[in-house]
Design a binder for this molecule. Structure first.
Ligand code: ADP
Ligand code: MG
Length: 320
């Protein structure tokens, strides 16, 4: 596709974990900057070709570390609840992304405002996910520590590993209904800003008697990105991860990579169990929902092939 044809295409780009921390890394800020600068180059290229870009991103390792810091420092500073920690990581990662993206854009002679929006995502108090928390977060605990946390804080804990500290806190991962800040984000996009939003899937909130309050849960970042992309009437939802394509019989000798499929086909494979819940499942589901809700196409691709993916030369494209 030529530079011209893509001009003013509105694209929501969801950045996966490897866009923010190298897979082998410990998550210190120098490593984070290394990954983030690489991602920023790709995104700056896409913006320089004329696309209107909104970025979303995960926060797994960052919020894990922050929760660990809350626990370990509790004698000196009161631990902050999970919703506040998610908001903190939005600021942390947003700051690093803003800086890297501003520099990468500048190298290309561009200087649009780049802004991060602390984003709340509405969830339903009656979401069945609250009955059975499944998403492990934060540090690992011994049996005694787990018991203590269950008693004193009412945490749900699950045995997820072996060894001396096999327990982790698990929280619900409810479905995102809508983005509280969508009107503000839309105005920023219309005004020419590059917006970073929905970090870590957004801070889950519930509305009771007209008031919002934070919930100790996590929202999947791909599903939240679909809500945002749909609300903004984006043309394209681009989900960047660490594999080149969505595959059938993934990681078996019969693996088949998919280049293009309809929402209907994708849904069929999803229901047949081709895409597991914690990883590829929510990406394909987000893609399907986006095109069913009026989006032109969703593309799931490798971070390193972001530019080609938008041109339809890489990744898996899902259309209506
Ligand atoms: P991110 O951090 O980018 O959100 P995830 O780790 O959650 O990424 O999901 C991407 C991973 O999904 C890939 O690294 C791959 O191992 C896994 N995966 C599972 N099933 C499939 C499949 N059918 N096709 C492609 N990748 C798959
Ligand atoms: Mg990952």
């Amino acid at each position: 596709m030529s530079r011209h044809a893509r001009a003013s295409e509105k694209v929501v780009i969801a950045l996966g974990g490897n866009a923010l921390v190298p897979p082998e890394g410990q998550g210190d800020v120098r490593e984070q900057l290394r990954s983030i600068r690489g991602s920023a180059q790709q995104i700056a290229k896409i913006i320089s070709e004329g696309a209107q870009v909104v970025l979303t991103h995960g926060n797994g390792p960052q919020v894990g570390h922050l929760l660990l810091q809350q626990e370990e420092a509790r004698r000196w500073a009161p631990p902050q609840p999970l919703d506040v920690c998610v908001a903190m990581t939005q600021g942390q990662i947003g700051y690093l992304l803003q800086q890297a993206l501003q520099s990468a854009l500048r190298e290309r002679g561009l200087s649009p405002p780049v802004v991060t929006v602390v984003t709340q995502v509405l969830v339903d108090p009656r979401d069945p996910a609250f009955e059975e928390p499944t998403k492990p977060i934060g540090p690992f605990y011994s049996e005694e520590e787990a018991e203590e946390l269950r008693r004193t804080k009412g945490y749900a804990l699950k045995r997820v590993g072996n060894g001396e500290r096999p327990y982790r806190r698990v929280v619900a991962s409810p479905r995102p209904l809508g983005i509280v800040e969508e009107d503000g984000i839309r105005e920023l996009v219309e005004a020419g800003c590059v917006v970073i939003a929905c970090g870590g899937g957004g801070v889950p909130v519930m509305r009771t008697d007209g008031c919002l309050r934070g919930v100790e849960a996590v929202v999947d970042k791909d599903l939240a990105s679909e809500r945002l992309a749909t609300a903004l009437r984006a043309d394209t939802l681009l989900i960047l991860t660490d594999v080149e394509r969505v595959a059938l019989r993934y990681d078996t000798p019969e693996q088949v990579d998919l280049e293009r499929l309809t929402a209907e086909e994708a849904r069929r494979y999803l229901e047949a169990g081709e895409f597991p819940p914690g990883s590829m499942g929510p990406k394909v589901e987000a893609a399907v929902r986006f095109v069913e809700n009026g989006g032109k196409r969703a593309v799931i691709a490798s971070l390193t092939q972001a530019v080609q993916a938008l041109e339809g030369r890489a990744g898996t494209t899902i259309v209506r």
